[in-house]
Design a protein around this ligand. Sequence first.
Ligand SMILES: Nc1ncnc2c1ncn2[C@@H]1O[C@H](COP(=O)(O)OP(=O)(O)OP(=O)(O)O)[C@@H](O)[C@H]1O
Length: 236
Amino acid sequence: MAEVATAADPTLGRRARAASRPLAPAPEPRQSAPVPSSRGWAPSYRGTSNLEPSSPAMAAGSGGGSRRARPNVLVTGTPGTGKTTTCSLLADAAGLRHVNIGDLVREKSLHDGWDDDLECHVINEDLVCDELEDVMEEGGILVDYHGCDFFPERWFDLVVVLQTDNSILHDRLTGRGYTGSKLTNNIECEIFQVLLEEARESYREDIVMPLRSDNVEDISRNVGALTDWINNWRPS
Ligand SMILES: Nc1ncnc2c1ncn2[C@@H]1O[C@H](COP(=O)(O)OP(=O)(O)OP(=O)(O)O)[C@@H](O)[C@H]1O
């Protein structure tokens, strides 16, 4: 299936592309506060030490000022980390509508044409945002995309960043036929936690939730925890 690029690279968003540079030490992990758990959000996921959901809003499933009846959730991450797999299961479990941005762009031609060099459509971010504005206002939408910095911040109540061990991701991507710079760019994107940084720069840090996605047990745990969060969410 044809891929969709945010601009110049078929696999990466703006900041992800910026990270396509020679290898350097990975950034130091951030420290997070312990999780208040006033309404039973006990995250049953396995994360690295810097991947703790840290917000009272997440802990309480708060609507954060939204007038939506149901929350909007963005699931982002490097290609191959399991966004579509997770979103498909989560949409069924929690009763949200899964919007895969790549599919939407192709179906509605929300792009600026085909890039022969990159062998992909170049996404038109304004057209995508215009297309989704009304449904996002209604709520109950699960957005699946390998970038997150061009959506309006007000759209989302929770931003999930899936993360995968580099060697596992390498095997997944080579299994999908990725080679050369396309493979390297994506692995570097994961090494540098580019999508996590992009999410933290684009949204309130307390709604950004990194989740491990190394194996099927992780998917199952993530879907369970996110379903609980969605079901406990209330408009404020
Ligand atoms: N946690 C996981 N455990 C085992 N396999 C996984 C996991 N996550 C994804 N996979 C496998 O990796 C492949 C890619 O998964 P998926 O399409 O869900 O990733 P994606 O992040 O949506 O990728 P893209 O951004 O390219 O659409 C699939 O074959 C899927 O079964």
